[in-house]
Design a protein around this ligand. Sequence first.
Ligand code: COA
Length: 160
Amino acid sequence: MALHFAPLDARWHQRSSFVSGTTALDSYLQQRASQHQRDGIATTHVLTDSGDPARILGYCTLSAAQLTLSALQEADRQRLPAYPVPAVRVGRLAVAAAEQGKGYGQLLLGHAVNLALSLRQTLGVRVLVVDAKDTPAAFFYQRYGFIQTSENALTLYLPL
Ligand SMILES: CC(C)(COP(=O)(O)OP(=O)(O)OC[C@H]1O[C@@H](n2cnc3c(N)ncnc32)[C@H](O)[C@@H]1OP(=O)(O)O)[C@@H](O)C(=O)NCCC(=O)NCCS
C-alpha cells in the first residue's frame, strides 16, 4: 500500500462511487469538481492508494482567495500592510466514509498546507483558509491550529 496525491483526472478517478456521508461533498465531486477545475474555479486533489489507484479515498479543493485584514485576530495582523490578506482556500475536504478515522483527513489537510507553502515561491500566500461545513468540522480544523475569523465562526485560517 502506497498513498498518493494527484490532481483529479475525470477520465481515470472513480467519482461516482465516492460516499463521505455528506451529500453536498459527494455530489460536488461527482458533478462539479471536474468542470470547476477546467474553468479555474477550484482544483481538486485526490488521495488514492496504489493498490486500487482509481478509487478516491478522499479529496480537497483549493482556490485562490483573500481575507480582509480585520478578519484576522489582532496578533496575526501585526506588521501586515493595510490590504486584503492573500490566501489559499480549502473549499471542500472529505474522506470516504469507509476510510474515516485512519488519518486521511489529517493527510489531506497536510497536503493542502504543503501546496500552499510551495505556491509561496510563485505568489504571496499568508494564510490557508477553510470553510467548515458545521461546528464539528470547525473543531476538526481547530485541532490543527486553525483560528476562527472575526467575521464567521465557520471560516477559519491558518497563518503560514
Ligand atoms: C472530517 C473528516 C474530513 C475527517 O477525516 P478523517 O480521515 O476521518 O480524520 P482523521 O482520521 O485524519 O482524524 C484526524 C483527527 O481529527 C479528529 N476528527 C475526525 N473527524 C472529526 C470531526 N468531524 N470533528 C472533529 N474532529 C474530528 C479525529 O478524532 C482525529 O483526532 P485524533 O488524531 O486525536 O484521534 C471526515 O470525517 C469527513 O470527510 N467527514 C465528512 C465531511 C466533513 O465533515 N468534512 C469537513 C470539512 S467541511
